[in-house]
Design a binder for this molecule. Structure first.
Ligand code: SF4
Length: 493
């Protein structure tokens, strides 16, 4: 049997599902399209990986982009022969399995390998990842005395320059990885034999399609992304979508409604009959809980930022850099707009809180869409800047959630199709309002635009991004104003 080449990442794919690995090798064109969030995650990984090399300074970096896999392996071999003791991205291939080691370092007793992840804690899949690398190095005749994982340490807080020893946590996985060596050997053989087959492995869809990662062939295997797929039933509980699927109930029309909770049943029935529902008593009770002045508030925050940018913050802390506020001082009164967007070169936290504190009237009722998020942002900000606590805490305590009537299904339109996100609710209730004309259409785009603005030195580009960010955030709170008006109308009908 000729040995098929595997890489450590294809080994991990194969552990999740043989069909996934087979499709990846034979039909990569069937993968779901990559989204910008995943690109952000990949970029984050590169930045973190580079910074982690400073844990072992003075090593040699393999120029992977300039070399073929064969050249990478050969260069690594030459460097080891020359006595290089730290190599970043050291490349090996043994028994048909290729892997690069993020950091290969010669310790007192032998070689140490460090796999760097931009995650904040070890996961079982990372242990398998380090285990297969260790297996390859063992096959190559290197004595591996330590196999470790490097993650970000959530306890770290930026204080001046980045301190890499504090930013990263090193997890010694040597014992776990040693215990997995026989398993790796068996699985490598199984996967290589599987890849020799012309026929695609017959694997049914199931919970493994989402663990440890959502499979890149998810859409392909689960059928077209049709609106009435049972995989679109929101908060389904038991029986779950896979149980329905394997019982032959793949579309809404197939579902035995008696199995579903009332919310899921409402979703399926409303969709099939194209009907909308309003529970007036519950809606009136929500509207009665709103007092005036009423302030519609929305934050935009940083997203997936692994390396802290501002003093006192840690890895992946979401920092608000922008808000939009629509203030209505009395029922049916005029609406004023106030906004804030940090300058590209400043720490946004203090000026944002100053403007917010100056803009929201004393005793106002603050309305957010998903108040857990906005309240959480404010809680974090006053932890970092406690001098604002006296002014900001009453705002948190008097905050209401505009998402509640939709989440509770007090107002449910069939076009929402089980979702209560603003991006689904708005076109269902107010089809004349749309984000489609905007350059920035969601929170992740906004966060990416903000980072781009901070990195830019081109005044025109900065001005253009500012304009787009301001338009996007303003639309979010204006949409909330219009939704409240619509809810009042629905409560009266
Ligand atoms: S979607 Fe599921 S069954 Fe299909 S390849 Fe991926 S993991 Fe395997």
């Amino acid at each position: 049997m000729s040995i098929t080449n595997l890489s450590k990442s294809s080994f991990i794919k194969g552990l999740q599902c043989h069909k996934k690995l087979w499709l990846y090798k034979n039909h990569p064109e069937l993968t779901d399209s990559i989204d910008t969030n995943l690109e952000t995650i990949f970029n984050t990984g590169h930045v973190v990986g580079e910074l982690a090399t400073e844990l072992f300074p003075g090593g040699k970096m393999l120029p992977c982009d300039e070399l073929s896999s064969t050249q990478q392996i050969e260069t690594t071999r030459q460097w080891l022969e020359q006595g290089v003791t730290t190599i970043y991205e050291a490349a090996f291939s043994e028994k048909g399995v290729f892997a690069r080691v993020d950091i290969l370092h010669k310790g007192h007793d032998g070689w140490e390998i460090y796999e760097v992840k931009s995650s904040t804690k070890p996961k079982p899949v990372y242990v398998q990842d380090v285990a297969v690398q260790t297996w390859i190095l063992n096959q190559a005749g290197l004595t591996v005395t330590k196999s470790a994982l490097v993650t970000l340490d959530t306890r770290y807080r930026l204080n001046g320059e980045i301190e890499v020893e504090k930013l990263f946590a090193i997890h010694d996985l040597t014992q776990d990885v040693t215990d997995l060596q026989d398993f790796v050997q068996v699985e490598v053989t199984k996967l290589q034999e599987m890849l020799q087959q012309d026929a695609m492995p017959d694997v049914a869809i199931g919970h493994h399609c989402n663990k440890p990662y959502q499979c890149a062939f998810f859409a392909h295997c689960h059928g077209a992304k049709v609106e009435d797929s049972i995989f679109n039933i929101g908060d389904i509980g038991q029986p779950d979508s896979y149980a329905l699927y394997h019982a032959g109930q793949t579309r809404y029309a197939d579902v035995d409604l008696g199995q579903l909770g009332w919310r899921q049943r409402l979703q399926v029935e409303s969709y099939l009959n194209q009907t909308d529902h309003v529970r007036k008593d519950q809606l009136k009770s929500f509207l009665d809980s709103l007092t005036y002045p009423l302030c519609h508030l929305d934050f935009e925050t940083t997203y997936m930022v692994a390396i802290p940018m501002f003093e006192g913050t840690g890895p992946y802390k979401q920092i608000p850099f922008q808000f939009s506020l629509h203030i209505q001082r009395e029922p049916n009164g005029p609406v004023e707009h106030v906004e804030f967007l940090a300058n590209s070169d400043e720490d946004p936290r203090r000026p944002l809180l100053e403007k917010l504190a100056a803009s929201i009237p004393e005793g106002a009722c603050v309305l957010a869409y998903n108040k857990k998020f906005e309240a959480g942002c404010l809680e974090n900000l006053i932890l970092q800047l406690p001098e604002f606590a006296g002014r900001i805490r009453p705002l948190i305590e008097n905050m209401r959630d505009l998402m509640a009537p939709f989440k509770n299904k007090d107002v449910y339109y069939w076009k929402m199709n089980g979702s209560y996100s603003l991006k689904k609710v708005l076109p269902a209730l107010l089809p004349e309002m749309s984000y489609s004309e905007l350059e920035i259409g969601n929170g992740e785009d906004a966060a990416n635009a903000y980072l781009q603005m901070r990195e830019s030195i081109d005044p025109e580009e900065i001005a253009s991004i500012r304009k787009n960010l301001l338009r996007y955030c303003e639309l979010d709170t204006y949409a909330m104003v219009k939704l409240v008006e619509k809810l009042h109308l629905l409560a009266k009908v």
